[in-house]
Each structure stands twice: as C-alpha cells, then as structure tokens.
Design a protein around this ligand. Structure first.
Ligand SMILES: Cc1cc2nc3c(=O)[nH]c(=O)nc-3n(C[C@H](O)[C@H](O)[C@H](O)COP(=O)(O)O)c2cc1C
Length: 348
C-alpha cells in the first residue's frame, strides 16, 4: 500500500534513524490522543525510523463499540499525534494506515484475538519545522474534550474552512449541519440516548469507565467524574454527575439549535476508513485548539448502527458519518484527563 507522505514520493523504510529521546517524544504525543471513554486502546512499537500504533483488544469498550469502530478511530488519533510530533522535530513524514489486511466490519469486528497494526508513522527525510507544525504539536497537550457550558457557539467562516481542510488533508470529509439537519439529529440523539439509557449492560460499562475521586489509586485511564458534563444539557455523555440522565423533550433541540454541529465522514466503512476518521478527527481538534475553539462529542447517534444512515440523510451526504461534534468557545476550561505511563504503552 502506498503511504501518504509530506512530499509526494514514497520513501517508506529508507528514512533517518530516530534516537531514543525522539521516539519517546513521538510516543508521548500518541499517549495524549483522545479515545473512547479514555480507554487508550493502543500499544506502541518502536521502529528505527518511527512508530507503529497497534490496537489493544484487551481495552475494548465492547458493549458500546462491538465492532471496534470507536477503538480504531481512537488509534487513528494516536497515529495523527505521532505524526504531528515527528514533524515538529523537523522530519518529513509518511503514514501507512492499517497496513495489515483489514477484515470487513461485517466479519464481526476485528482484533478479537491479537493486536493489529493500525498505523505506522515514519521519518522519511529532513525539513525544518514550521510555525504551524509547532503550534499543532503544542496543541496536543492543550486540547481537552469540552463537556462544559459554551461562551459562544459562533465559529468564523474562515475557521470552519480551516477545520474542513484539516479533515480533508487526512482523507475524510467535514460537513456542517444546517438548521433542519440539527433538528433531525436532535431527534436521533434523543432516541439513541434513550436506547442507551435503557440498556443496563451498556450503563454498567459506561459507569465502569468513570473514575471517582477517593476511590483508590490515582487513575491512569477512564473519565474522571470532574470531567463529566455540567452544562444544562450536555448531549455528551450518558453519565451526568454520576447518574444516567435521560434528556427532556426539547432540551437537545434547544442545545443543538444554537450549536455549530460538525460531522466527519469517510467514503466507506472499513477498518482503514475508521483509522482515517481518527486521524482527521485529531487533526481537526488540534487545529480547533490552536484557534481557541473547543469541541464536545455528540456521538450517541453514531454509536447505534441503526441511526447512522439517518444521520447521513439528515446531513445530506452519501458518505459514512464517523464522528459528530459541537464546536465553539468555552466559558470555562475543561479539566485534563489522566493517561497510562508511556513505558506501559510500548509493546516491545
Ligand atoms: C471515537 C471517540 C468517541 C468519543 N465519544 C464520546 C462521547 O460520546 N461522549 C463524550 O463525552 N466523550 C467522548 N469522547 C471523548 C473521550 O471521552 C475523551 O477523548 C477521553 O476521555 C480523553 O479525554 P480528553 O479528550 O479530554 O483528552 C470520544 C472520543 C473518541 C476518540
């Protein structure tokens, strides 16, 4: 498979050798990627000229994500962060996405049995890091998922164009939901959240990833209860202040009516598309962070497969929607979430 490179040619495997501190810096960036329920479902593998991101099936969030779609998107985000770090070190880079043969999702998911390589990032030459590269790299630690009140939902046209370009550059597409689409998505979200809230197994799974203060050792994964939603109605998480909240009629509609709602979609729905969606997601989130914007996941309508075609129809797209987000400016900052130690991530 040809790799996507910064410069058009394909020099995979012939790149400069990275030293240990450079590999550590690239791994460190991958470590801070967003992931479903902060499950951090990845292993890292050192390569002479880069880093491989492998999925970790033992960290699957199997009830809400039975096919591993959100897990692959999470791994894609880690791949993107690794690439951003490598570029900030002054390297031209190449990325191979899901270089192992990928079974179709219809085969019943993937990687139940063994870790699979989701993406490989390599240095393929030298070039000085530009200001944009350094700003994206700095945003890796500045970015947090926002589950708080927004100061403003307005996003400047030129900022939206840049977010769209960030997504397109990674091989996915960004759609902006107009008012009728947001109304329809609100209906779908409400239905999806109701369905999820009625599923005891799913609720147990969500609850199992929430980390409450004082309940043992310092957490290294999961969502601290302090990071959960406090906005009037956050359509961001089933668990709100430790309880499952079912939205009132009208609440989601009112929230989405004033929100800027974005969808990342891919042409197909294979493992490769999911990894690409994750790369596009993180590139978009980092670009948004540089612009002082925050994002909230509004993903429930995509976690239930039966609603995904309706979301696509609402958006007027033929592609497969992979991530739904609200973006805007925050009133208060969101707290950071923890991560596992870097040494634990390296599989070799
Ligand atoms: C594929 C994917 C799906 C996610 N879905 C949700 C979601 O439905 N609700 C939510 O509140 N956060 C969601 N998140 C955000 C994660 O919970 C968050 O990335 C993780 O807790 C780490 O926190 P951070 O993003 O602040 O670093 C999702 C993240 C990813 C990558």
């Amino acid at each position: 498979m040809a790799a996507a490179t910064d410069h058009g040619s394909d020099l995979v495997g012939q790149g400069p050798t990275l030293d240990a501190s450079e590999i550590a810096l690239v791994g460190e960036a991958a470590r801070w990627a967003p992931s479903i329920h902060n499950s951090q479902p990845w292993h890292l593998r050192r390569l002479p000229d880069g880093l491989a991101v492998l999925d970790d099936p033992d960290r699957a969030v199997a009830v809400i994500d039975p096919r591993g779609r959100d897990r692959a998107i999470s791994c894609g985000s880690a791949v993107l962060n690794a690439r951003v770090a490598l570029r900030s070190l002054g390297y031209l880079t190449s990325v191979e996405v899901a270089p192992e043969p990928a079974p179709e999702p219809s085969d019943g998911g993937f990687s139940r049995d063994r870790p699979r390589v989701m993406g490989v990032v390599r240095a393929v030459g030298r070039r000085p890091a530009g200001a944009a590269d350094l700003a994206l790299a700095a945003a890796v630690r500045q970015r947090h998922t926002h589950r708080r009140v927004y100061r403003s939902h307005a996003v400047a046209e030129e900022d939206l164009l840049e977010l769209g370009k960030a997504v397109l550059d990674e091989g996915a597409r960004l759609s902006i939901a107009d008012a009728p689409a947001r109304r329809r998505i609100a209906d779908l979200l409400r239905e999806a959240v109701r369905g999820q809230a009625a599923d005891a197994e799913l609720r147990r799974e969500v609850e199992g990833w929430v980390r409450r203060r004082g309940s043992g050792a310092e957490p290294v994964d999961g969502i601290p209860s302090s990071a959960l939603g406090t906005s009037p109605f956050p359509v961001d998480s089933l668990v709100h202040a430790g309880q499952v909240t079912i939205p009132d009629v009208g609440e989601i509609d009112a929230e989405l009516a004033r929100s800027t709602v974005l969808a990342i979609s891919t042409r197909e729905d294979t493992l490769r598309d999911w990894v690409i969606a994750g790369m596009a997601l993180e590139r978009m989130l980092l670009t948004a962070t540089v612009k002082g914007l925050v994002a909230t996941f509004t993903d429930q309508a995509l976690q239930s497969p039966e609603y995904r075609p309706a979301v696509a129809e609402a958006l007027g797209i033929w592609d497969r929607p992979q991530v739904l987000l609200r973006v805007g400016r925050a009133l208060v900052e969101a707290p950071p979430t923890p991560r596992r130690p870097l040494a634990e991530l390296f599989a070799d």
